[in-house]
Every structure is written in C-alpha cells, then in structure tokens.
Design a protein around this ligand. Structure first.
Ligand SMILES: [Zn+2]
Length: 87
C-alpha cells in the first residue's frame, strides 16, 4: 500500500532503444495533464533519449528538453568542450 499523493510516471529500460513506460494517476488529479506529459516523454524515448555525456537513459522526471541526466554530466560536458584534457 502506498499513500503517495502524486501521480507517477515510470520508465523501465528494455533492450535499448526500447523502453516500457506507464503512469498512474488518481481520480482527484488532472490525469489529462499527466497523460500529456507521459505522451511527451514517450516521444522523447522513442527517439532515443539518452544523456549526451554519459549515455545513460534519461530519468523520467527530467525536463523534456534536457540533454544531460544530471548536473554533473552537464558540467563535465561543458568542461570537455573547453579543454582537451587527459582522459
Ligand atoms: Zn549523464
């Protein structure tokens, strides 16, 4: 049993580039809005939504136009672009 109040969208990675996703919502929530976000996420994942730095599957809670899975990746990618340092 869970008493979480927020709707959840979940992603399960299958054989890349395939993912399985679903979402749950509750009657008192605006399920249309959640469904819209789920659809937008599905569009992203169907195109292959991976971190531009580490190549990990993007977490489902990221902004739809995010390019990096976490702040660290964004910073590292920026640093890499600036200096060609040793590996
Ligand atoms: Zn990353």
């Amino acid at each position: 049993m869970s008493d979480r109040e927020s709707a959840t969208i979940w992603i399960e990675e299958l054989d890349p580039p395939y993912v399985r996703m679903g979402f749950t919502s509750y009657p008192w929530q605006n399920s249309h809005r959640i469904a819209q976000r789920a659809n937008a996420l599905a569009r992203n994942y169907s195109k292959g939504w991976y971190c531009a730095y580490c190549g990990e599957l993007m977490p489902e809670w990221k902004r739809l136009d995010a390019k990096f899975c976490k702040e660290g990746c964004r910073k590292m990618a920026a640093r890499k672009r600036r200096t060609r340092s040793r590996v």
